[in-house]
Design a protein around this ligand. Structure first.
Ligand SMILES: [Fe+2]
Ligand SMILES: [Fe+2]
Length: 186
């Protein structure tokens, strides 16, 4: 939706924004397992695109703030390790047929680790951020994350399409590159 009345999205700080994205991600990850064929591929692509933008925003904008809090370094390191492990599993998932048993088994574990990671952020990182960061800085961080996400293209150029269905949206590594580019320009 563009323009018009302010939405819930226009209020709150970066933590509210990220918690809202966690809710969306929980839904998207569930959709992957509850669908099949092209629908599953589409849900998987959507989940990957959202993860690329979300984790890049946390990595580039939120984590430096977390590190300034007392003991924030350890919390930030733990969250980064979880995100990096997830990126490796995603690279494996991208090589699999989404209809295969191997995909379902690997994705089921992947989904759980992403859910656990989001819970850990909400439990250990976000409260620390709020307690130790100026509210104005958290509001500015939200604006920056939103602006960068609007700039980040969600799909590669149409000519990047290939006949292999699972590469229509491109690999996660390329999604991360595009998101990082948008965040570094925001
Ligand atoms: Fe994260
Ligand atoms: Fe997160």
């Amino acid at each position: 939706m563009t323009g018009g009345l302010p939405t819930k999205d226009d209020a709150g700080d970066v933590v509210d924004f990220l918690i809202d994205q966690h809710q969306q991600l929980r839904g998207l990850l569930g959709d992957v397992l509850q669908s099949s064929g092209q629908d599953r591929q589409r849900s998987f692509d959507q989940a990957r695109e959202m993860l690329a933008r979300h984790e890049t925003g946390e990595e580039m904008i939120v984590r430096p703030l977390t590190r300034k809090a007392p003991d924030g370094g350890a919390v930030a390191d733990a969250r980064m390790a979880e995100e990096n492990a997830a990126k490796e599993v995603l690279a494996d998932l991208e090589k699999m047929d989404v209809e295969s048993e191997q995909f379902v088994a690997t994705f089921t574990g992947f989904r759980q680790s992403v859910l656990d990671h989001a819970d850990a952020e909400e439990r250990d990182e976000f409260p620390l951020l709020r307690q130790n960061t100026d509210p104005d800085a958290l509001a500015k961080a939200r604006d920056r994350v939103k602006r960068a996400e609007q700039m980040a293209p969600t799909h590669p150029h149409p000519s990047a399409k290939t006949t292999a269905a699972n590469y229509v949206a491109g690999p996660f590594a390329a999604m991360l590159d595009r998101a990082r580019d948008a965040f570094s320009r925001s």
